[in-house]
Design a protein around this ligand. Structure first.
Ligand code: PDD
Length: 291
């Protein structure tokens, strides 16, 4: 096992040491990025929103016209076995399905005899530390150069990779993707904006990943009577925001306090973001850590 990958890992029906989990170099995930993935957070050895994550996996598979190689129950038994065998209480489960390995290279789908490759492993869940949350993080804006089906959680992530790398090279934690004058999301997170006490979130279109955390935040806003508008957010509104947050399964709710070198609001994490983080923890503790 490495510091990031527990053993055994799951590959095509077997639980194996990482070094024994081999995939053909002709796998279409390797040749074409032809596959899908999920990241599921686990708290106190309980997967968070597992049904929603498996439903999104199914929706993405349908979107790329690939049959799910496992039933929901079969995925759950894989996930629970990985969780049980991993050394950490809080984990991040990674699932990936590709269109498998043919005996040649051809863009069109392989024959039905080629079976998908299914891979899964458990890693440690590392959420932002209290110090990082207290300071917030810096972000940049970049042009959204992704394809037109960003609602699918596919492994072809080159535009996201380049955007995130640009952020990292500028000492930032995230890149916010701007398309046609509107902010869609982050390279690997959804983005919320606060203005004059109202929470704004971009709508779920084909140009944004429908985040599982996004849904939790929207539910929590509604439960707690927090004014919420789901609508497109112009780049100009992003720059005039009182608060900007990134949300994801691994970052939870994290304030962005600097954008392209300028302070967001007063440059400190705002009160609404702190409240939402607390609502998120309370919700998690109620549903996950019942004991
Ligand atoms: N990324 N948007 C993009 C482009 C993402 O890659 C992610 C998650 C999200 C947030 O989705 P969720 O709340 O379901 O985690 C939004 C994962 C964590 C990743 O790629 O590692």
């Amino acid at each position: 096992m490495t510091a990031y990958v527990a053993e055994p890992v799951y590959l095509n029906g077997q639980f194996l040491p990482l070094a024994a989990a081999g995939v053909s170099p002709l796998d279409r995930g390797f040749l074409y990025g032809d596959g899908v993935y999920e990241v599921i957070p686990v708290y106190s050895r309980q997967p968070f929103r597992i049904d929603e994550h498996l439903a999104r996996l199914q929706a993405t598979l349908a979107g790329i016209r690939l049959a799910n190689p496992l039933t929901v129950d079969a995925w759950k038994s894989v996930i629970f076995r990985l969780i049980a065998d991993a050394p950490w209480d809080d984990q991040s489960i990674y699932l990936q399905v590709t269109r498998g390995a043919d005996d040649k290279r051809d863009h069109a789908f392989p024959p039905a005899s080629v079976t998908p490759t299914a891979f899964a492993f458990a890693g440690p869940l590392v959420t932002p530390s209290a110090a990082v949350r207290a300071a917030g993080v810096a972000a940049i804006t970049v042009a959204d150069q992704r394809w037109a089906r960003c609602d699918l959680k596919v492994i072809s992530l080159l535009a996201n990779v380049l955007a995130r790398q640009q952020a990292v090279e500028q000492g930032c934690a995230e890149a916010l993707l701007i398309r046609d004058g509107f902010m869609k999301e982050g390279a690997a997170s959804n983005i919320f904006v606060v203005k004059d006490g109202r929470l704004l979130a971009p709508p779920k279109t084909q140009l944004m990943l429908p985040g599982i955390t996004y849904d939790v935040i929207v539910d929590l806003a509604q439960v707690h009577g927090q004014p919420l508008e789901i609508r497109e957010i112009a780049e100009t509104e992003l720059r005039a925001a009182d608060e900007v947050w990134m949300t994801s399964s691994t970052k939870e709710v994290l304030a962005i306090t600097t954008l392209d070198g300028a302070p967001v609001g007063n440059g400190k994490p705002g009160p609404l973001g702190e409240r939402m983080w607390q609502w998120y923890q309370d919700f998690k503790n109620t549903v996950m850590r019942k004991g």
